[in-house]
Design a protein around this ligand. Structure first.
Ligand SMILES: Cc1cc2nc3c(=O)[nH]c(=O)nc-3n(C[C@H](O)[C@H](O)[C@H](O)COP(=O)(O)OP(=O)(O)OC[C@H]3O[C@@H](n4cnc5c(N)ncnc54)[C@H](O)[C@@H]3O)c2cc1C
Ligand SMILES: Nc1c(O)cccc1C(=O)O
Length: 492
């Protein structure tokens, strides 16, 4: 089949009945649920872009194996040109969502592609696992599937490993083997967009200890597999808030969920890792999934930071506060933050690395630097937006106020901006800003940037330790050498 249309994706959503719980109620039909409907529509638009002549050649290519058109996220990059083709696909999806949907389909499609291209990793442990991942990649690519993932154990007692938790099956683990497959029980989090995905993939982040064998698992299942329960977090909107009042929250709600597996059967051909702590711990660092999806995250994160910056600049301009020196300094800081990330991304692509198998990956050091900086730069952008918008952020009238003839004159007069900025223009920009920096929707976006890639503190420590292994900090010796020479000269 190759690239799907938005309609095909929506039909797939309509055709199944995953067990989704939202605000204490079971969702009968995902597409008819107001909280989820617009999310499905926004994702459908991304699928439609693949058929749009404006984008098609930029974001898709013909698969060598099948001859069908597939998204560039399924490309195994071999050189700089391939990385740029892939970036074009990430960029198109990120622009369409202002970088606000981190888990758009391209993210996990890159993860699966990278696991496929590193199938030798799985082969080392079990031939069947390698075959399974290869078949699964083809299934996802050829049907253009949309995946959610849950790779973290629920936050119960982080001071203990999985097998030391109070209940043996709080963390998702294998219960028993059957001729048909593996029966799994317990919970995993934090599956963004789970209710609207086609499939779920479960895998592991490093940190498993001896004794954790039953939890050392990777597998994939259709999202409506019996026994899989999806418990959504409290939604950030009710699906009824007008576009004018919540231009972002009404469109880009990326619902997150806890996944509970109630003795779910995973067929053997869907198992990628089982009962192997070493494989579970090495999956992330050794299959390119720490590096290849980070390319998507960097492109998307750059767009999101740029969007927050543009909103803040426009906000400041709309009320004339950008004549003040400290506001200019703040806006300059934001633009420089965007440029720093853009430069790092370009370096990551230009100075790409090639694996022994010939796969190109963006350079890890600048890529990881982006992952280290964005969790600080994005919250800073939001803080500056709050500071510059100040009290006005809280005081926007609603679209209904605008429409009421009794109020209209007052609103046009008292919400007007600087010369040339009408009340509608000013309030519209403030509403964009409020969705980003005031609403619960915006707080989630901020928390996403802090944590989507794991704990930023431990990530940075891993980064330092890795750099320490690679570099010898020779300039220090050079400098000491010079001063030693000087010493020798002066002592003569
Ligand atoms: C909006 C959002 C969407 C997300 N989407 C997804 C998704 O789709 N799929 C997915 O799998 N995950 C997703 N994540 C989860 C993300 O991977 C985790 O949030 C991240 O890995 C951090 O884990 P945690 O939240 O359990 O925090 P914890 O690991 O519990 O950390 C909590 C605090 O304790 C400290 N801490 C905990 N353990 C240790 C330790 N061993 N050593 C030192 N300090 C420690 C941390 O520094 C931190 O301050 C998402 C997260 C967010 C916020
Ligand atoms: N956050 C990630 C994830 O959820 C899966 C794969 C990779 C990452 C990452 O950012 O490194």
């Amino acid at each position: 089949m190759g690239i799907r249309t938005g309609e095909q994706y929506i039909n797939a959503v309509k055709s199944r009945k995953p067990e989704v719980w939202l605000a204490g109620k079971k969702v009968e039909n995902v597409f008819d649920e107001p909280v989820l409907r617009q999310t499905v529509i926004e994702i459908a638009k991304l699928y439609d872009m693949q058929h749009d002549p404006e984008y098609q050649d930029k974001i898709t290519h013909f698969c060598e194996e099948t001859g069908e058109r597939v998204n560039n996220a399924f490309l195994i990059p071999k050189n700089y040109e391939d990385l740029i083709k892939r970036r074009a696909a990430f960029e198109a999806f990120a622009k369409a969502t202002f970088g606000l949907m981190g888990r758009s389909p391209d993210f996990l499609n890159v993860v699966i592609t990278s696991m496929y291209s590193h199938s030798s990793f799985f082969e080392k442990y079990n031939k069947q696992w390698a075959e399974n991942i290869r078949r699964y990649y083809r299934l996802v690519r050829d049907n253009d599937l949309f995946l959610t993932h849950a790779i973290i154990n629920p936050q119960n007692d982080r001071s203990k490993s999985s097998h030391e938790q109070q209940d043996m099956f709080t963390h998702l683990g294998a219960v028993k083997e059957t001729p048909e497959g593996l029966v799994v029980r317990g919970a995993k989090f934090l599956a963004t967009l789970a209710p609207v995905a086609d499939e779920v993939i479960i895998y592991t982040f490093p940190g498993y200890k001896p004794g954790d064998e039953r939890y050392a698992l990777a597998f994939a299942l259709p999202i409506d597999t019996p026994g899989l329960r999806i418990i959504c977090r409290e939604p950030m909107q009710d699906g009824k808030r007008p576009l004018f009042d919540h231009p972002l929250a009404s469109r880009f709600e990326e619902i997150d969920a806890l996944l509970v597996f109630k003795d779910v059967l995973v067929p053997w051909d869907r198992v990628f890792i089982y009962n192997n702590v070493e494989a579970a711990n090495l999956l992330y660092p050794k299959t390119g999934i720490a590096q290849q999806p980070a390319h998507q995250s960097a492109v998307r994160g750059l767009l999101k930071l740029q969007f927050a910056t543009e909103v803040t600049c426009r906000l400041a301009d709309s009320i004339g506060v950008d004549v003040f020196l400290h506001v200019q300094e703040s806006l300059g800081e934001l633009i420089q933050a965007v440029e720093s990330i853009r430069a790092l991304l370009r370096i990551a692509e230009h100075e790409y690395e090639v694996t022994p198998e010939g796969e190109a990956m963006p350079n890890w050091v600048p890529l990881e630097t982006i992952r280290g900086l964005l969790p600080k730069m994005y919250p800073r952008a939001i803080e500056l937006m709050q500071t510059i918008g100040a009290g006005g952020l809280l005081l926007s009238p609603t679209g209904a106020d605008f429409e009421n003839p009794e109020l209209r004159e007052d609103i046009e007069r008292y919400y007007i901006g600087r010369a040339g900025v009408s009340a509608t223009d000013r309030v519209s920009v403030f509403k964009l800003a409020w969705d980003l920096c005031g609403e619960a929707f915006g707080q989630r976006l901020l928390q996403y940037e802090r944590y989507y890639t794991g704990d930023p503190i431990r990530k940075k420590a891993i980064f330092y330790n890795s750099i320490k292994r690679q570099r010898t900090f020779d300039m220090v010796d050079d400098a000491l050498q010079v001063s030693k020479l000087k010493e020798l000269v002066t002592n003569k």
